[in-house]
Design a protein around this ligand. Sequence first.
Ligand code: GLA
Length: 448
Amino acid sequence: MTQTDSTNQRFHDITSTPMNFTIHAPGRVNLLGEHTDYNGLPVLPMAIQKTITLEGAERNDRHIRAWALDVSPDPVEFDLEPTIPKHPQGHWINYVKAGIQGILDSLSLEEQKNLHGCDIVISGTIPLGVGLSSSSALVTGSALAFLETNRLPINRVPLAERMAAAEHYVGTRGGGMDQATCLLGQKGHALKIDFFPLRANPVPLPDSTTIVVCDSRVRAKKTENALRLYNLRAVECRFAAMLLRAFLQSKDIPSDFQRLGDLFNSPWNYTYEDLIRLIAEGIQDMYSYQEICDQLVDEDEIRCILTDYSFENEREFSSMRFACGKRFRHIVTDGMRVEQSAKILHEGNAAEFGRLMNQGQVSARDDFEISCPELDRLVELALEYGTLGARLTGAGFGGCTVNLVERTKADAFVQHMRQAYYPDSDPSDESIFTSEPGPGAVIKRHEV
Ligand code: GLA
């Protein structure tokens, strides 16, 4: 029996139907530009070679059955309807539902009537909950499975934009980097992604280097505390934008921008240097809740923003503090580092790119304050063992670091890091691994 036969057989044993398609949706690491995406500034991620795999079969009815065999031998089932009810927060099926709901929302009720459901068997190699975007891979992979089932066209750029919004269904409010990387990744390349509107351009990584990912083993699940911390950063950036608007207004400069990134466009056409100066002049490093209310006048809007990001306790508001100036300093300098990196990488300058990554780590640690002692320790060790650049990757508060390492030194680097940070691990332990930039989601149709 060939491997394909045995995979088909396994699928048939689970679902009692033949398999029609397989989707491999990759995870990602971000090389530079952290928390910049939702502020409209660029990022520099790459798809990794670890994927979530969704094997699927079309059904003749409007029912969905999904198996996550690592979790349970039984499927979770639901029907297609204009608004699919959610499972309790944190349940894996919500990620599948999010992807499908995202597609439904793009269609009229009339168009939705003709859609079919599917059976999906989910497995994968992306470690879960370590900040490598297994959740976005599942959301995006589920949307692709649903499109494939219904033979609907797959336009990757608009789909990536749609998936960023679709993931809000599960209660997180990320930007668009993860879904875009999952769909638009290119073998051998990082992507420079700009937002609003989404544009992704491949950036070659030097042949002489490879990427090593190290798990801090601090779990930064986007639930409870980590979700609150992520949301607090997003709130601080919203307030920082409002403060900047008030500052521009006081100088009779047009101030009707939404996100910081809009200021690169007409009528402002600001440069990064302009933004750094404006932020230094117009926004303090730290504000109390009362100061925010005094400066921004409309207390109702402020309360609305806080509740929108799940800060619900009125009494809690008065003790909150917002590091608006520092946060925007990180966003602007990291955006600038992404621009510089894209240029430098086209020239093949690995050492300079490494230096920018190191600066990105300092900025994420000191200005955006999303590092933690374990991530700092991994970075410190990596620098000691000869990485060209090391920094945390993704949302922060735990999760992984990403390291740019000369290919010829990669084995020794991994060995040293293993001994120093994971002394009890055996060689099969995947807390540290090397990855080349992989392709975006791959869809294979099987003729039955
Ligand atoms: C998470 C979000 C992304 C991005 C990163 C931080 O991964 O899903 O959109 O904001 O954090 O760069």
